[in-house]
Design a protein around this ligand. Structure first.
Ligand code: SF4
Length: 347
């Protein structure tokens, strides 16, 4: 994979683009006006290693709440603004680290100019966040949705550039995966700015993680994408976990452990689903970049999970403990989760 070269910007302390690691972000789903509840949720997301957080700013009260939220959290705060540019001005005044503007509903040049002027004074980046569901009017009836999204973004990019502003990040999200991929691959070759990638309104975790993984994964494999958000109808923490799993599956970030477990077959003599789930739960508490295997038999298990740092191959009543495919001992079935986790901690 060759990563697309992009200009680096900083959202607070987090670099986006250039050679910065691809960051994982999420969006709070509390009422932004409820400062206490919003800080509580963001603190939980910080504990899950969320790196950037965005909050909705639907009205003046929410904009005023941003100051208190900013003070109560560690990670950079982005204000999500639609329809009313004055909320963007209020958010900047409140001290946010980034803005997201939707060109589908804030595109009056004079209004955008006012926001850009205030953002420039504070060196706060702006994401031009195009969404297929809320687009400006089609410029050309023959254009595809992706082409129309790209043109909407480019128009606002040009406006920001004409104001001598280059702290720009762009996103072009659609629910349809091929549309999203077409839009991002098109714009990636036409602008130097970092790209925030994601599939919008992807759904519940069951289908949304798959849809997001396909879309985000395909783009990342093409070297496109500097920060990601997995949009799920679920607690935001699930978005962060899914984000890291996508990056880990492409070897783009290391984050905690990786669990390898076999699909089971006619050779399996134990309840491997329960065992794997118990191991996964324990591993989620350990912040160590290790690869751990839970396999359903000693015949093929150690070999099939050869590259795991440590693993167990589960047989009836007895498990074989192995390191890098080599047997290092046996464990009684009742002890295996405990022993495996102890070994992981020792590594
Ligand atoms: S590791 Fe063993 S039990 Fe698991 S799928 Fe392979 S052969 Fe079947």
């Amino acid at each position: 994979m060759q990563r697309r070269i992009s200009k680096q910007i900083h959202i607070g302390s987090v670099g986006v683009g250039g050679d910065s690691p691809i960051s994982v972000q999420s969006m709070a789903n509390t009422d932004t006006r409820d400062v206490k509840a919003t800080i509580k949720q963001i603190k939980e997301l910080e504990a899950a290693d969320c790196e950037i957080i965005r909050v909705a700013v639907p009205d003046v009260e929410a904009a005023e709440a941003l100051k208190g939220i900013r003070k109560g959290i560690r990670i950079p705060l982005i204000a999500d603004i639609h329809f009313d540019y004055r909320l963007a001005l209020a958010a900047l005044k409140a001290g946010v680290d980034g803005l997201r503007l939707n060109p589908g509903n804030i595109n009056e040049p004079e209004q955008v100019k006012a926001v850009v002027k205030a953002a420039k004074e504070r060196s706060v980046p702006i994401r031009i966040g195009v969404n297929a569901g809320s687009m400006p009017k089609k410029k050309n009836p023959d254009w595809t949705v992706a082409q129309n999204m790209v043109e909407a973004a480019l128009e606002q990019v040009r406006l920001l550039e004409s104001l001598d502003f280059d702290l720009i990040k762009v996103s072009l999200k659609a629910f349809d995966v091929p549309t999203t991929i077409a839009a991002y691959t098109d714009i990636a070759a036409r602008i130097p700015y970092p790209l925030h990638i994601g599939i919008t309104e992807a759904g519940t975790p069951r289908t949304g993680i798959i849809r997001s993984s396909v879309g985000i994964g395909a783009l990342l494999y093409l070297g496109i994408g500097d920060t990601i958000r997995v949009s799920l109808t679920a607690p935001p923490r699930d978005e962060v976990v899914a984000g890291y799993e996508i990056l880990k599956s492409l070897n783009l970030r290391r984050h905690g452990s990786v669990l390898v477990s076999c699909p089971t077959c006619g050779r399996t003599e134990v309840d491997l689903v329960t065992i794997a789930e118990a191991v996964e739960k324990e591993l989620s508490k350990i912040d160590k970049p290790v690869k751990v295997a839970v396999m359903g038999c000693a015949v093929n298990g150690p070999g099939e999970a050869m590259d795991a740092d440590i693993g167990i191959a589960c047989g009836k009543g007895m498990d074989v403990l192995f390191k890098k495919g080599k047997k290092i001992g046996t464990v009684q079935e009742k002890d295996f989760v405990r022993v495996l986790i102890e070994e992981v901690k020792r590594l």
